[in-house]
Structure formats: structure tokens, C-alpha cells
Design a protein around this ligand. Sequence first.
Ligand SMILES: Cc1cc2nc3c(=O)[nH]c(=O)nc-3n(C[C@H](O)[C@H](O)[C@H](O)COP(=O)(O)OP(=O)(O)OC[C@H]3O[C@@H](n4cnc5c(N)ncnc54)[C@H](O)[C@@H]3O)c2cc1C
Length: 215
Amino acid sequence: MSVELIRFSGDDLDVVNAFRVSLNVEHDDFTEADAGLITRGMRDGHSSPWAQVWAKFRISCSIGCARQIARHGHYLELNEHSTRYSKMPEAFVVPPLKQQIGKSMDYAFVPLPTEIRQAALAIINESYASAYRDYNDLLNMGVSREDARSVLPLGTMTHLIVSSHMKGWLRFMAQRLDPHAQDEIREIANVIEEQFIAQTPVSMQAWTDFGRRAL
Ligand SMILES: Cc1cc2nc3c(=O)[nH]c(=O)nc-3n(C[C@H](O)[C@H](O)[C@H](O)COP(=O)(O)OP(=O)(O)OC[C@H]3O[C@@H](n4cnc5c(N)ncnc54)[C@H](O)[C@@H]3O)c2cc1C
């Protein structure tokens, strides 16, 4: 899994100027009063000023994780590597291989005993290698890329470019930083959060102070 910031546009000043345009006022410098306005706006559940900040990331993750990201399609714009047009490289994401205990909707994860984890890892690696061999065999037999890819598993690595305004990313983070989200997408959300903290620290502090909720 990897997440790389491609471009970030805007900062906390863009957020407050979006608030202040309702009074036809614009600031060139970020003041203490501006920080108060951000805090108040977040407290009162305003959302549109955060749509004036925008970020684009290159994300490499498993196909399974990409499916989860794609569910945020109302706000997140997404383009993905096409394995109809080029061959899928041999790259796979190995999951943490933890154990689930408890029932559906009421469960927790615990580490697997070391020996069992090693055995599980061996199965995963063999399964990935075998699937990729089959994929190559099908291609070598003349099967089209779009048909041969059917044998590749959810753990196969894919590549995305994903962009949204900050309002959309905050909604994504609200859901995917949550402990109920799966490890891989949580790691992605963590890296994205770090970028937003670096670029819009006052907004991110206010977001945390008021419960890290979707706007
Ligand atoms: C822990 C976790 C577990 C999940 N498990 C499952 C699962 O088992 N199965 C499954 O299918 N999904 C699952 N999901 C996905 C989840 O149901 C949402 O689809 C996903 O999180 C995206 O949320 P969203 O709709 O807010 O995103 P966005 O696409 O960003 O939508 C944002 C908001 O825009 C509005 N909106 C979106 N589309 C429309 C529309 N067409 N018309 C009008 N308004 C719209 C809605 O208010 C929506 O909430 C899971 C998500 C999480 C975080």
C-alpha cells in the first residue's frame, strides 16, 4: 500500500475567506479571529467552506481496498489502472492475517498464534503466485487481457488517482479512520489525514475537537 500526495490546493485562509465572502470581506493573512471562525463553523456543522480546499493523491492498494474507496464516489473522483489495456504487474497486498473472535456485528480481532500466522502467510503467498502463473499462462495461450485477469485475486495491487475537495475527504476520513474500517483503508486514511493536518492544521484541530464527524 502507498499513498502519495500529487497536489494540494488551499489552506485554512481559503476556508475563512469562504466564510467571510458572505460579508464581502477577504483577509490576506490568517488571524486569531480566523481560527475562532473555523472553530465556530465546525462546531455549527457548516460544510461548504471546506469544499474550497482540494487534494489529489496517487494510491496503490489491493483491488479489495480500491472497491471500498470507490464507494465514496459521490465526493471522491477516481481513475484506476486499466488491466484491459496493459498487463497487471505481479504485485500483491498481504493482509495482516489476524483472527476474528465474536459474532458478526459484535466482534474483535486478536493476533494469530505465530505458527498459524506463518502457515496462513505461506498459503496466501502460494495462492498469489499460483494465480499469477495462471494469468500468465492464459495470456500466453492468446486469451485477452480483459478475460485473463478474471483469475487474479482481491489482494492484487491496483493503482488509483483520487481527488476531492476537503469536505469529501473529511467524510471519507470520518468513516475510514474509524476502528471498524479495515486495516488497509485505515492506513490510507491515516496518511491522508497527516497531509491535511500539515496543510490545514486549524481546520483539522477543529474537526477533531468536534468529534471527527462527516460534514
Ligand atoms: C466500516 C464500514 C463498513 C462498510 N460495510 C459495507 C458493506 O458491508 N456493504 C456495503 O455495500 N457497503 C459497506 N460500506 C460502505 C458504506 O455503506 C458507504 O457506501 C461508504 O462508506 C460511502 O459512504 P457515503 O455514501 O457517505 O459516501 P459518498 O459517496 O461520498 O456520499 C456522500 C453522501 O452523498 C449523498 N449521496 C451519495 N450518493 C447519492 C445519490 N445517488 N443520491 C443522493 N445523495 C447521494 C449521501 O448523503 C451520502 O451519504 C461500509 C463502510 C464502512 C465505513
